[in-house]
Design a protein. Structure first.
Length: 181
């Protein structure tokens, strides 16, 4: 029998080959190198954070972090009541500019004439309490005085000759008090 098995082939398996060693080193490098980078970043963060910790605990820094974002003030925003045109633009124009849902169109004398004949008091009552499709004050949140100014503004644009309503006693006192300060 012949020995076809050589010892040379068997020795190749006994010692690691050059390519196998290279693969092990590559795997170790790919596993260890990111770990070292992460450890380095953590050390830098800790060093930076410890320096920042002292400065971030001052009263000014804490007050800056917990300051108010905004402020809400209810009522008393403007001491000056809005004029008729401003109220019309803010609230009434939604329907009266285009004549929607039966509202008399702003400046349309023919549509306003029958309403003007009922008188200022009836127009103001309709504006304050609502009429037909119009809700009280047209859904707005204006004072009765401001609504009365808007009624005069719209009716006069439609041909009426109503006088500007007199401000209520408390509304007249507020601008005078503000001016004396």
């Amino acid at each position: 029998m012949s020995d076809s098995h050589s010892s040379h082939g068997h020795d190749d398996h006994a010692s690691p080959s050059h390519s196998g060693l290279k693969m092990v080193l590559t795997i170790l490098t790919l596993a260890v190198l990111p770990l070292l980078v992460v450890i380095g970043l953590i050390d830098q963060y800790r060093a930076h954070d410890s320096g920042m910790l002292a400065s971030s605990m001052t009263e000014e820094a804490i007050a800056g972090r917990i300051q108010k974002v905004g402020m809400l003030t209810l009522g008393g925003g403007s001491s000056e009541p809005k004029d008729g045109e401003a109220v019309f633009k803010a609230q009434c124009s939604a329907c009266h500019a285009a004549g929607l849902v039966g509202a008399p169109k702003f400046g349309d004398a023919a549509a306003w004439a029958p309403r003007i004949q009922t008188g200022y008091a009836a127009l103001l009552n309709s504006a304050l309490k609502g009429k037909g499709n119009m809700t009280p004050q047209g859904g707005g949140a204006f004072s009765d005085y401001e609504v009365s100014r808007a009624v005069v503004y719209m009716a006069n644009a439609g041909g009426a000759k109503f006088e500007e309503p007199a401000p209520p006693a408390d509304a007249a006192a507020a601008p005078a008090a503000a001016a004396s300060k």
